[in-house]
Design a protein around this ligand. Structure first.
Ligand SMILES: [Cu+2]
Length: 540
C-alpha cells in the first residue's frame, strides 16, 4: 500500500471510529470525529452541482432542522484551479429565495452572487467561474438581503479551495482531511427545547450581532482528529455571524500563518494567538512532530455580547491527536511573491463612514445588558445612555459626521431614555454607510475597472466591531484601525478590521459589475449587513 493511501485509509478509519489497534486507544471514546467536507471536483463537463436544501442535524441528542449545500449542514469544499473554468449549477430547494456569493473570488458582478442574484425557491442558476488569482481558501454563502444572517445561521456555508501551479510546487501539507484540514468554526444558539436554531434579528442582534452558546467545528461540538506526526495545515474559516474568534494551541505551541483571505503570505508568520473576524480565513501550519495531543482553543475576546459562557474562558474547539505515522509536508521559508505596495498618495480615494443609528446602538446595548447582565458588555459602560465610544475620542476632531452622530446619540439618549422601548423602534435600516442604508436599486458610486484606489473605512462614532468586506477584489491593508497591519495581515485580504477608528485599504477591481449586478461593500457582521450597513457599487 502506498503511504498516501495508507494515510487516507487511516483518516477514513478515524472518521468511522475504526482506527487501527495501535492508535485506537488514543482517541477518546464519545468524542465525535471531525467531519471532513468532501472535496467537490468538476465532472467531465467541468461542472459541479450545488443544491441548497433542508435537512436534519443532531446536537445534544436532539434532531434539529438545518440547511446545507448537498447535505443537511454546511457544504462541500469546491475545488477550483486558477485559469480553469468551472461551471456551478445551483439549485434552490429551500422554502425561500437565496443567493450564492463567492466570498473572496475576483469574479464579475453577474457571477458574484450578491443580493441581486436571487434564486427563487425551486429554481436554478448556473454561473461560470474562471479564477485568475493566487491559490487561496475562500468560501461561499448566501447573500440574500435582509436574511443573510438567518440563512447562514441555518447552516449554509461551504469552502472554496482554489489551487494554482506555484503553490502546488511548495511542499506544504496537501492531503485533504489528513494533513490539510479544513476547519469551519461557527457558534449557534438553539431553542430552549434544543430542536431548532434560535435565530432572531431584533434590536439587540441588529446592534451586537447574533451569537450563541454552542460552538461547532465543521458542524459538531469539540470533535477530535487523528493526524500524522509532522506538519499540519489548518484551513481556518470564521463562519460565525458576528463572533470574533481568537485561536491558539492549548499548549501554546506556535502557529505558523502561511496564508490570509486571498492566498499565501510572502513568508510564514509566527503567532501564539490568531484573531479571526467573521468571514476571515487564515491557513496555519502547526508542528505535531512531538506526537503530543493538543487542543485548538478559542480565547476570550473583548467584543460586546461575545464574552458570555462558555466563551469567558479558553474553549477547546478541536482535539488533535498525532498518530505514529509520519507526515510528509514541510514549512517552506518563502511562500509567495507579493507585489510591493505602490505609493498611495496620489490615488483616487473614497471615504466610507460606517454608522449605527444612535437609537439602535443604545437600545441594542440596553437590551443586551438587561438580558445578560454587565458581563455581556465587554467593558463598555451603560451609564443610562448610549455607550461613549472609548477608543475614538480623537476621531471626533477629524470627522464631523461621526462627531455629529455620536453627540446626537448622547443627547437623544438622555432625553428619551425613560420612555423609549425597543419594541417601538424599527431597526431594519438602522445601520448605514455615508448616511444611507443599503438600497439595492442605487449603487453608491462607480469605480473604473483596473484603477487602483485607496478606500478609508471609518468606524468612528460607535464602539462596535465592523469586519468590513469588499466584493470583487483582494486588497492590501495600508492601516488597520489607525495602526500598521500585523505582519500576517499584510498579504491579500478581503476583510479588514474596523472598530471605533479608521482603516485604509488599497483596492483594484479587475472585472466589471453593472448596476444590475453591483458589487457589495459591507460589514460582515451579518446582522449589521442585513440592517443596512452595506452599499452597492459598479465597476465600468
Ligand atoms: Cu458592523
Amino acid at each position: 500500500m502506498q503511504r498516501r493511501d495508507f494515510l487516507k485509509l487511516t483518516a477514513a478509519l478515524s472518521a468511522a471510529g475504526l482506527l487501527p489497534f495501535w492508535s485506537g486507544r488514543a482517541l477518546a471514546a464519545g468524542r465525535p470525529a471531525l467531519p471532513i467536507p468532501d472535496l467537490l471536483t468538476p465532472d467531465i463537463h467541468g461542472a459541479v452541482r450545488l443544491i441548497a436544501q433542508t435537512g436534519t442535524s443532531h446536537w445534544n441528542g436532539k434532531a434539529v432542522n438545518t440547511w446545507g449545500y448537498n447535505g443537511a449542514l454546511l457544504g462541500p469544499a469546491i475545488e477550483m484551479t486558477r485559469g480553469k473554468t468551472l461551471k456551478v449549477l445551483m439549485e434552490n430547494r429551500l422554502p425561500q429565495a437565496t443567493t450564492v456569493h463567492w466570498h473572496g473570488l475576483e469574479v464579475p458582478g453577474e457571477v458574484d452572487g450578491g443580493p441581486q442574484a436571487a434564486i427563487a425557491p425551486g429554481s436554478q442558476r448556473t454561473v461560470s467561474i474562471t479564477p485568475d488569482q493566487p491559490a487561496a481558501t475562500c468560501w461561499f454563502h448566501p447573500h440574500q438581503h435582509g436574511t443573510t444572517g438567518y440563512q447562514v445561521a441555518q447552516g449554509l456555508a461551504g469552502l472554496v479551495v482554489l489551487r494554482d501551479e506555484e503553490s502546488e510546487k511548495l511542499l506544504l501539507p496537501k492531503q485533504w482531511g489528513v494533513d490539510d484540514i479544513p476547519i469551519v468554526l461557527q457558534d449557534k444558539q438553539l431553542t430552549a427545547e434544543g430542536t431548532g436554531i434560535d435565530y432572531q434579528l431584533d434590536v439587540m442582534r441588529a446592534a451586537v450581532g447574533w451569537f450563541g452558546n454552542l460552538m461547532l467545528t465543521n458542524g459538531v461540538p469539540y470533535p477530535q482528529q487523528a493526524v500524522p506526526r509532522g506538519w499540519l495545515r489548518l484551513r481556518l474559516l470564521n463562519g460565525c455571524n458576528a463572533r470574533t474568534l481568537n485561536l491558539a494551541a492549548s499548549d501554546k505551541r506556535t502557529l505558523y500563518v502561511i496564508a490570509s483571505d486571498g492566498g499565501l503570505l510572502a513568508e510564514p508568520v509566527q503567532v501564539e494567538t490568531l484573531m479571526l473576524l467573521p468571514g476571515e480565513r487564515f491557513e496555519v501550519l502547526v508542528d505535531a512532530s512531538n506526537g503530543k495531543a493538543f487542543d485548538l482553543v478559542t480565547l476570550p475576546v473583548k467584543q460586546m455580547g461575545m464574552t458570555l459562557a462558555p466563551f469567558d474562558a479558553p474553549l477547546p474547539v478541536l482535539h488533535i491527536l498525532p498518530l505514529r505515522v509520519m507526515a510528509s509536508g514541510s514549512l517552506p521559508d518563502k511562500l509567495a511573491t507579493l507585489p510591493p505596495l505602490p505609493a498611495s498618495d496620489n490615488l483616487p480615494g473614497r471615504w466610507l463612514q460606517l454608522m449605527m443609528d444612535p437609537q439602535l446602538d443604545r437600545l441594542g446595548m440596553q437590551t443586551l445588558q438587561q438580558k445578560y447582565g454587565k458581563q455581556a458588555m465587554a467593558g463598555h459602560e451603560m451609564k443610562g445612555h448610549a455607550a461613549a465610544p472609548q477608543s475614538n475620542a480623537a476621531g471626533h476632531h477629524h470627522q464631523a459626521m461621526a462627531h455629529q452622530q455620536a453627540s446626537n446619540g448622547h443627547d437623544h439618549a438622555m432625553a428619551d431614555m425613560s420612555h423609549q422601548s425597543a419594541s417601538g423602534y424599527d431597526f431594519h435600516n438602522g445601520n448605514k454607510i455615508n448616511g444611507l442604508a443599503f438600497d439595492m436599486n442605487k449603487p453608491m458610486f462607480a469605480v473604473k475597472q483596473g484603477q487602483l484606489e485607496k478606500w478609508t473605512i471609518s468606524g468612528e462614532g460607535d464602539a462596535m466591531l465592523h469586519p468590513f468586506h469588499i466584493h470583487g477584489t483582494q486588497f492590501r491593508i495600508l492601516s488597520e484601525n489607525g495602526k500598521p497591519p500585523a505582519p500576517h495581515r499584510q498579504g491579500w485580504k478581503d476583510t479588514v478590521h474596523v472598530e471605533g477608528w479608521r482603516s485604509e485599504v488599497l483596492v483594484r477591481f479587475n472585472h466589471q459589475a453593472s448596476a444590475q449586478h453591483a458589487y457589495m461593500a459591507h460589514c460582515h457582521l451579518l446582522e449589521h449587513e442585513d440592517t443596512g450597513m452595506m452599499l452597492g457599487f459598479t465597476v465600468e
